[in-house]
Design a protein around this ligand. Structure first.
Ligand SMILES: [Mn+2]
Length: 309
């Protein structure tokens, strides 16, 4: 019997994960089918993911910015296959800047389609048209697939990606940082996607924007303007404590910033900043790739040791 045109065979996706360079040989129809399948799964998820009743000793792996670094992504997948965590949460920023942007995005989406209850994606500030136009993915994509409106399918996928995740009601995962809106998690928690009208959108837009963009800063109080752009904030330990207390949370794991030591703790070891693209600024400014393991409600930072730095 003939399969529906948009059906993707598991072996086809598994082969792409094993040999990601083949992704560059795919026709737009194949890419489009992968984007559509992934989108259909993501759209059924809430914008705030909640993982409860994680059994003791079960691990969750949290992965930071990939930014087109296929070598690092391949090492991470090897580690995941070895450690066998229950869930894997990507904190966004799959494309832009690095040399293998389409490959990284399609590998991550293939993992999501194959194992939807194991792999989870959150949205980073680079899952937007503006950033892709400025930092390269848009250009790369439309040169590869110059027919009209091909990039629209990428944008529809971006729209479907959840914003943050909470593990065992105590550990918050997101791309950038806490927003000024103390109520944003409650708003997202009670939200059905089909109910998002203009009023609701208005009430969550700035919170979501700051979740994807804000940065922690030691030694400051409150929120202050960031060099990153209008509406983006640095946040200090006092407002971090207030946000965490209001929402009954213990830890925050975020990405979005590359540190030469690979990861960095802030605010009395309650905020962990990870980044999962090795040597992001080139070999003259090396950085190890980091990720985090959550186990028994503890947050453990890790460096990928198998890469050359
Ligand atoms: Mn980012």
């Amino acid at each position: 019997m003939l399969k529906a045109l948009n059906m993707i065979e598991d072996y086809f996706l598994k082969n792409l994960i094993k040999k990601p360079r083949k992704i560059l040989k795919l026709k737009f129809q194949d890419i489009s089918n992968i984007l559509k399948s992934a989108r259909e799964i993501l759209e059924k998820e809430c914008l705030l993911l909640e993982f409860n009743n994680i059994e003791p000793n079960n691990e969750i792996h949290v992965i930071g910015d990939i930014h087109g670094n296929l070598q690092t992504l391949i090492e991470l997948i090897k580690l995941i296959n070895k450690n066998n965590p229950k869930h894997v949460i990507f904190l966004g920023d799959f494309v832009d800047r690095g040399p293998a942007q389409l490959e990284c995005l399609i590998v991550v989406l293939s993992l999501k389609i194959l194992f939807p209850n194991r792999y989870y994606l959150l949205k980073g500030n680079h899952e937007t048209l503006e950033m892709n136009q400025y930092y390269g993915f848009y250009q790369e994509f439309i040169e590869r697939f110059p027919a009209q409106n091909t990039f629209k399918e990428i944008l529809t996928l971006y729209d479907a990606i959840p914003i943050c995740a909470i593990i065992n009601k105590t550990i918050l995962c997101l791309h950038g940082g806490i927003p000024e809106d103390l109520e944003i998690l409650n708003k997202l928690r009670s939200l059905k996607r089909e109910n998002i009208d203009n009023d609701i959108l208005k009430s969550i837009t700035s919170g979501i924007f700051q979740i994807m963009w804000n940065d922690p800063k030691s030694g400051i109080k409150g929120f202050s303007e960031s060099y990153r752009g209008e509406g983006i904030k640095f946040f200090g330990g006092d407002v971090f404590d207030k946000f965490m207390k209001t929402n009954n949370l213990q830890y925050l794991i975020r990405a979005h910033e590359c540190f030469p030591e690979g990861y960095r703790w802030f605010f009395n070891n309650r905020l962990l900043s990870i980044f999962s693209s090795a040597n992001y600024k080139g070999i003259y400014f090396p950085n190890p790739a980091s990720y985090a393991i959550i186990k028994n409600n503890k947050v453990i930072p890790k460096i990928i040791e198998s890469l050359n730095y």
